[in-house]
Structure formats: structure tokens, C-alpha cells
Design a protein around this ligand. Structure first.
Ligand code: SF4
Length: 390
């Protein structure tokens, strides 16, 4: 039986070397010593809270070990994000539009200022947060979990579905755009680093917007096993699904049997430019609608009926078709493994609140946690050597 972290690490093939201070471990790694380094204290001074990629290299080493043991299939991945509370609270915050950097900023503020243009943090959304924490301004005030709002970072996992090993991880601000962007970053990085490119990707509706599906299908050739995110009418009137699209003619047919077209005049079609918001508009003839018995149900309060179609709709159609297959049902079940890893992270490893501040602190603390998660699983899956016979 493995009784300690040291036993587990030795069992999966690491050579252990004990250091007393963070600086000592850091200098050994930076000198390029040929041994397998690993830190057991995630608060070791100067081994965290920096933009050093040392922890990332350690994490990638765990993934390489999993690949070498044949425990990563590389065919099916799942991606998801979970919010983790930041070490910040409402009492020490200011309204988002009133925040100013202090004259003598600490490392968390300096790190926040350095990622203001980063897609995973400051540039993820133009929306000013309601509150900004003075101690950790990069954490995001969010009520997206449905309960009381709090300051948080998002922990993004990309896992291989064979044994649910984490093949990449990213810390971002807690907004959906940043989480979708992190999924792209992780898929590209995993392909570049390990030559792993999945045939299918499982995720929840948060990743089912048109632009993301188009990126997966058209640019990366990955099957999106993702429910399509669509806004539809909730007032009882006819929704998008009641209109039939004819791809050859590029027209919709309404429940009343009439056509909806993007252009009713050839001269307008000739001058048309791509829509700036990515949505084509198909309109019925006003005369058809005025004479229609279904108009009360079809266009309540509207002058004429129109249907919007994304320029990425073909990728939507691919995802909708996949959602009717047996493989999709399997993916939907398998993607729960990411949620189980988040539950393990928070309930067993007790990482339900970050202890390090700033975007780099969050990144490092999350990297340390996934290194531990991968190694624990590796230790369980690698068979124990047979006891020596006396
Ligand atoms: S109101 Fe217009 S678009 Fe709606 S069903 Fe009637 S003809 Fe078709």
C-alpha cells in the first residue's frame, strides 16, 4: 500500500530530492539538473506567483509519463471550467468603475495590470465588473453559480477521456468568453506539445455557440459533441425550428408554406456585404403575412416575420446531427468525468479557495493541484511491483 506522497512519486518513477527553501529548488531546476523535480509545499516562497513556466514544465512531464504508459488515448477529449473562490472579499473592494491602482502596488496588482490586454483576463470582456477586489483585482466578481456572488478565478481543464487524465489546464477570469478562449488555447497547445489532437470534443452548452462550433469543425476538424446554444422565442410564437431551411435555394419555408429570403430583389443581392454581426436575415413578404391565418401566432407585435441565421450555421448543423447519434450519448455521459475531477479538487484536495493571489498565483496553484491529481491517478493505475520473495 502507498502511504505517502513520496511513496506514490517513487512508485510512478520519480527521483526525489528534498529541498528546504523554494529558492533552492528553483535554482536546481533553472540550472537544468537532470532529475525529476517536484514540490510538495505549494506555498514555498519564490516557487509560485511568478510568470515562470517551471510548474508548467512539471505538469507536462506528468502528461508525458501518462502518454508513455499508454494511459492517454488522444481520441476523445472533454473540456469544462469551474469557478474557484479567490482570496478576496466584498468588504475590501471598490465599485468596478472607481478602481485605481495604488501608488505602491503589490505583486497581485502588478500582475493584474500586466494581463489587462490578455484574452484570458482583461480583454475577455468589455464589461466592467460590479466590484474589484483591492487585494486581488484580477479575480472576477461573479454570481454565475446562482448563489451569493463572490470573487473567483476559473479553472479550465482539458481531459483525455480514456482514463480522465488532465492533458492541459488554464486559469482565466470567470467569464464565458475567457473559458471558451482557454479551450482553444489548450487544444492548440496539446497538439503542439504532445501531438495529441482529438477526433471529438465533449463539452456543455456553454461551449455551443456558433463561433466556437465553427472553429472546431471548419478550422480544426474536430467533431463537436456539444449541445448547440440557441436562443429561441419563449412567447409561444413560432420558433426557428418551425421554419424549414433549403440549403440549395438558401431559403426558409414558414409554417404557412411561404418563402423567406435574404433578398427579394436581385439588385440588392448584388450589392450585399457580409453581415457585421454574423447573422443573415431572412424575411417573408409583407403581403404574404398580412393575408396569412397564422400571423397572430407567427409575428405578434411585428411588422413582418424574419428568421436569423448565423454565418456559422453549417457548423451548428454538424453539431445538431452529431447530437442524434449513439456516440453523442456516450460523450454526454463521459464528459461528467471533468466534473468529477473538479469535485475531487475541491472536496478531497480542498482547493475550493485559492491561497495565492493574482493571475500568476492562481495559475501556479491550479497547476500544482492538477500535477497532484494526475500523479495520484498514475500511481493507482500503474501496477505495484510484486513483493520480493525471501
Ligand atoms: S405570418 Fe408570414 S411567415 Fe408567418 S406563417 Fe404566415 S406567411 Fe408565414
Amino acid at each position: 500500500m502507498l502511504t505517502s506522497a513520496a511513496d506514490e512519486l517513487t512508485h510512478v518513477g520519480y527521483t526525489l530530492m528534498e529541498v528546504t527553501f523554494g529558492e533552492e529548488g528553483s535554482s536546481l531546476v533553472e540550472r537544468g539538473e537532470r532529475f525529476s523535480p517536484f514540490m510538495t509545499d505549494h506555498l514555498m516562497r519564490r516557487l509560485n506567483g511568478t510568470d515562470s513556466d517551471m510548474l508548467r514544465r512539471l505538469f507536462e512531464e506528468t502528461v508525458e509519463r501518462c502518454i508513455a504508459q499508454g494511459l492517454v488515448g488522444g481520441e476523445a477529449f472533454a473540456v469544462d471550467a469551474s469557478m474557484i473562490k479567490a482570496d478576496a472579499n466584498r468588504q475590501h473592494s471598490v465599485p468596478g468603475d472607481a478602481w485605481m491602482p495604488p501608488d505602491d502596488p503589490g505583486h497581485a496588482v502588478r500582475d493584474y495590470l500586466s494581463v489587462l490586454d490578455h484574452a484570458a483576463f482583461g480583454a475577455a470582456t468589455p464589461v466592467t465588473p460590479k466590484f474589484i477586489a483591492t487585494a486581488d483585482p484580477a479575480s472576477r466578481w461573479t454570481g454565475a453559480n446562482g448563489g451569493l456572488a463572490f470573487f473567483a478565478y476559473s479553472d479550465n481543464y482539458l481531459i483525455d477521456l480514456k482514463y480522465a487524465f488532465i492533458v492541459d489546464v488554464e486559469a482565466t477570469t470567470s467569464v464565458r468568453q475567457a473559458e471558451v478562449g482557454a479551450a482553444h488555447t489548450m487544444l492548440d497547445r496539446t497538439e503542439a506539445r504532445f501531438r495529441l489532437k482529438p477526433e471529438r470534443l465533449a463539452a456543455d452548452t456553454g461551449y455551443g455557440d456558433a463561433a466556437n462550433l465553427a472553429w472546431l469543425v471548419d478550422e480544426r476538424g474536430i467533431e463537436p459533441h456539444i449541445p448547440v446554444f440557441e436562443k429561441d422565442r419563449t412567447d409561444g410564437s413560432f420558433g426557428r425550428g418551425d421554419f424549414t431551411y433549403n440549403a440549395l435555394a438558401d431559403r426558409y419555408t414558414c409554417p404557412g408554406g411561404r418563402e423567406l429570403r435574404r433578398y427579394w430583389q436581385d439588385s440588392r443581392e448584388a450589392k450585399a456585404k457580409p453581415p457585421t454581426d454574423g447573422l443573415y436575415r431572412y424575411r417573408a413578404r409583407k403581403a404574404d403575412c398580412d393575408a396569412c391565418d397564422l400571423r397572430q401566432r407567427c409575428r405578434p407585435g411585428e411588422a413582418g416575420r424574419k428568421v436569423l441565421r448565423s454565418i456559422h450555421e453549417p457548423a451548428h448543423d454538424v453539431a445538431r446531427q452529431i447530437a442524434t447519434t449513439e456516440a453523442y450519448l456516450i460523450s454526454r455521459r463521459e464528459r461528467k468525468r471533468v466534473e468529477m475531477l473538479f469535485a475531487h479538487l475541491k472536496r478531497i484536495l480542498k482547493v475550493d479557495r485559492l491561497r495565492l493571489r493574482g493571475p500568476y498565483g492562481a495559475k501556479d496553484e491550479i497547476l500544482m493541484a492538477v500535477i497532484a491529481q494526475n500523479l495520484r491517478k498514475l500511481a493507482k493505475l500503474i501496477p505495484m511491483p510484486a513483493p520480493a520473495v525471501a
